[in-house]
Design a protein. Structure first.
Lengths: 110, 115
């Protein structure tokens, strides 16, 4: 059975304090790993798709990397506006549906 | 930008009522999805549809049904609402192009409370 596990569940950072979020997965035939950001009361907002081990994507202070068993979302010098829940998801079939982890709630304090 | 619109942000219903959650997307996407989101459990797939009048069960379809009469509209139906269906419901759409690599685009959710 496909599984996606995110850690830690919650992360509290000082502004400027870099850190990493982990997403480990067990899936047969990975067709893509997706990172989303979700603000309170809103739907998830797409950030990145990674397809193969060794791939990296960047957007502002966020950088996502992928290995054969896990993905990391690195937050460099975070700002309070980076506070959100970050969701990881995998796609293992051609229908397009995603299986999500439970998310990591990030709080960045000034 | 892709826009996925869910008709209600908040709904309060009574146990046993039939509930309709509506979702419309404006990007001509073939695929549409309904998830529910609960604290500690993440997003779980209820149903999805890859074409008009087509539907497939997700991981937790019990107590739900769906309708897709038009390509842009995907409705989730709670046949007889129960308190354990109190949750945030998220609709999403995607294009099947790119060998299944297209992301899902989400609406802002409907928070349903069943009393």
């Amino acid at each position: 059975e496909d599984q996606v596990t995110q850690s830690p569940e919650a992360l509290r950072l000082q502004e400027g304090e870099s850190s990493s979020l982990n997403c480990s997965y067990t899936v047969s035939g990975l067709r893509g790993l997706f990172w989303y950001r979700q603000d309170p009361g809103k739907g998830p907002e797409f950030l990145f798709t990674l397809y193969s081990a060794g791939e990296e994507k960047e957007k502002e202070r966020l950088k996502a990397t992928l290995t054969k068993k896990e993905s990391f979302l690195h937050i460099t010098a975070p700002k309070p506006e980076d506070s959100a829940t970050y969701l990881c998801a995998v796609r293992a079939d051609s229908w397009g549906k995603l299986q999500f982890g439970a998310g990591t709630q990030v709080v960045v304090t000034p | 930008d892709v826009k996925v619109t869910q008709s209600s942000r908040y709904l309060v219903k009574r146990t046993g009522e039939k509930v309709f959650l509506e979702c419309v997307q404006d990007m001509d996407h073939e695929n549409m999805f309904w998830y529910r989101q609960d604290p500690g459990l993440g997003l779980r797939l209820i149903y999805f549809s890859y074409d008009v009048k087509m539907k497939e069960k997700g991981d937790i379809p019990e107590g739900y049904s769906v309708s897709r009469e038009k390509k842009e509209r995907f409705s989730l139906i709670l046949e007889s609402a129960s308190t354990n269906q109190t949750s945030m419901y998220l609709c999403a759409s995607s294009s099947p192009s790119g060998h299944g690599r297209s992301p899902l685009h989400f609406g802002n959710g409907t928070r349903l409370t069943v009393t």
